[in-house]
Design a protein around this ligand. Structure first.
Ligand code: ZN
Length: 135
């Protein structure tokens, strides 16, 4: 892995389970086989993000996605840093985390609502409940 990318990625942790972050197609950032090139090593869906790297400029996360389950809901938080947008998708799920309904409820905000640097699963869930209360 590129030295600068390695330093940045090693400093990051999955906000949901605190695992390390790994990359799967970071060597081909211009060939977008998937929407994300880094992810939580324990569970891909916990936390994944797109951080292109060209070898010259300092890499930045352009967007990320977090899936968090709480009670009978799956919340998918999609943040786009370049346009300051947060989209929260909410699905009803059963006890085995299977989606009950195909259609999610979608909430869009013109700001970044979550900072994944110093947080944990419970703080994210609490923030979600606060944010969604005002809908
Ligand atoms: Zn994780």
């Amino acid at each position: 892995m590129d030295k600068i990318v390695k330093i940045i990625v090693n400093a990051l942790r999955c906000p949901i389970c605190k695992s390390q972050i790994d990359g799967h197609d970071m060597y081909y950032p211009n060939i977008r086989s998937t929407s994300f090139n880094f992810h939580c090593v324990s569970n891909y869906h916990d936390y994944r993000f797109w951080m292109p790297y060209d070898g010259y400029s300092v890499p930045k996360i352009l967007y990320d996605m977090v899936d968090v389950y709480d009670g009978h809901y799956l919340y998918r938080i999609d943040q786009k840093y370049d346009i300051n947008e947060t989209i929260i998708d909410v699905w009803g799920v059963d006890v085995e985390h299977n989606m009950i309904n195909e259609q999610s409820k979608i909430f869009t905000y013109q700001q970044i609502l979550f900072d994944y640097q110093n947080t944990d699963r419970n703080k994210i869930v609490n923030r979600l409940k606060t944010v969604l209360t005002f809908q």
